[in-house]
Design a protein around this ligand. Structure first.
Ligand code: PLP
Length: 357
């Protein structure tokens, strides 16, 4: 079967097979990763290798700390302002969909938030051009969500905000193509799409942004704590960290994010091309802002939704139902979804359209 789930999402088959082999008895040590101390040299080596591979893949310099945390991207909605938004300061947010809205709402508990731009009036079918943004005079940071997983909206540009730290929720786009980390102050992502299993949350933070949290910020919610302790201040999600390391190593073998980006571009282009030329399916997002990872589409007659999903599942095309807040369909085509899966989906959609014309 091919799994188009938005998250937790498909993992590379080769990674699952390796994990299965190592599951019961890790390299002859007589125990599994899950049963091993995170202070054990064997695990520390796994953890360090994962970080090294991630740094290689994304080109992360020593100016940045890489943190392997818990709590999901949703915790970052709070940790970002708790750590970066000082007393009396303002942070700018761009509202391009459900995930930015959640980040904005959460940040509002901690300080002044300026929504510098929003595309809510177009039902999030566009990304507001940066020329139209109403940024504050001296914001503590600018936050945006480069890929809105629910609406299938992706920025075609990296915001240019001068010396202001740029903060990005990359949950559903990280590792999908090359990015220039140096343009960011902080990047965060829940692991369960392009990184590994749920339970791990990745934060890449420029080191000069550490140590800014107020005294009453709990140790566990202070980036400095985790940076000072190599993300082992408390027990980290060891199995998720290990498995993510296998994914990083798999990605390197696939030619890294450059190669992956080309494959992802091809996958998305052919799916959108098919949708745009069909009479039954449509996608509402302006072409330049369409997500390469999450492709939402609706059927012209929503009475066909259920048969579509049932027949897709029977054909081995899983989890195509859209997010509960928007309905319709959504094909998430992250790194671990092979091009053959997109081809199979297009064939199925064409056949379904023919039968229901
Ligand atoms: N941000 C984006 C862009 C997401 O897609 C998601 C989850 O799908 C989240 C945040 C929330 O992530 P988590 O469930 O890890 O808290």
């Amino acid at each position: 079967a091919y799994n188009f789930c938005a998250g937790p999402a498909a993992l590379p088959q080769a990674v699952l097979e390796q994990a299965q082999q190592e599951m019961l008895d890790y390299r002859g040590l007589g125990l599994s990763i899950m049963e091993m101390s995170h202070r054990d040299n064997v695990f520390v080596e796994i953890a360090e290798q994962a970080e090294k591979d991630l740094r290689d893949l994304m080109g992360i310099s020593d100016d940045y700390a890489v943190l392997f945390l818990q709590g999901g991207a949703s915790s970052q909605f709070a940790m970002v302002p708790m750590n970066l938004l000082g007393d009396g300061e303002t942070a700018d947010y761009i509202n391009t969909g459900q995930w930015s809205k959640k980040a904005i709402k959460e940040a509002g508990r901690y300080g002044n938030i300026n929504v510098a731009a929003s595309s809510e009036d177009t039902n999030f079918s566009t990304v507001p051009l940066q020329e139209s943004w109403n940024l504050s005079d001296n914001p503590a940071y600018v936050h945006y969500c480069p890929n809105e997983t629910i609406g299938g909206l992706e920025y075609s540009f990296v915001p240019q905000v001068g010396d202001t730290p740029l903060v990005a929720d990359m949950s559903s786009t990280i590792l999908s193509r090359p990015i220039d980390v140096n343009q960011y102050g902080l990047i965060y992502a829940g692991a369960q799409k392009n990184i590994g299993p749920a339970g791990l949350t990745l934060v890449v933070i420029r080191k000069d942004l550490l140590g800014k949290a107020a005294n009453n910020v709990p140790a566990m919610l202070n980036y400095q704590t985790h940076a000072d302790n190599d993300s082992m201040y408390n027990t980290p999600p060891t199995f998720a960290w290990y498995l993510s390391g296998l994914v990083f190593s798999w990605l390197k073998k696939q030619g890294g994010v450059g190669n992956m980006g080309e494959i992802n571009q091809r996958k998305a282009e052919k799916l959108y091309h098919f949708i745009d030329h069909s009479g039954l399916y449509s996608n509402p997002v302006e072409v330049i802002s369409r997500s390469r990872m999450n492709v939402p589409f609706v059927l012209a007659d929503d009475r066909l939704d259920k048969p579509f999903l049932d027949q897709a599942q029977a054909a081995g095309l899983l989890n195509l139902k859209g997010h509960r807040s928007v309905g319709g369909m959504r094909a998430s085509i992250y790194n671990a979804v092979p091009e053959a899966a997109v081809d199979a989906l297009i064939d199925f959609m064409a056949e379904f359209e023919k039968k229901n014309a």
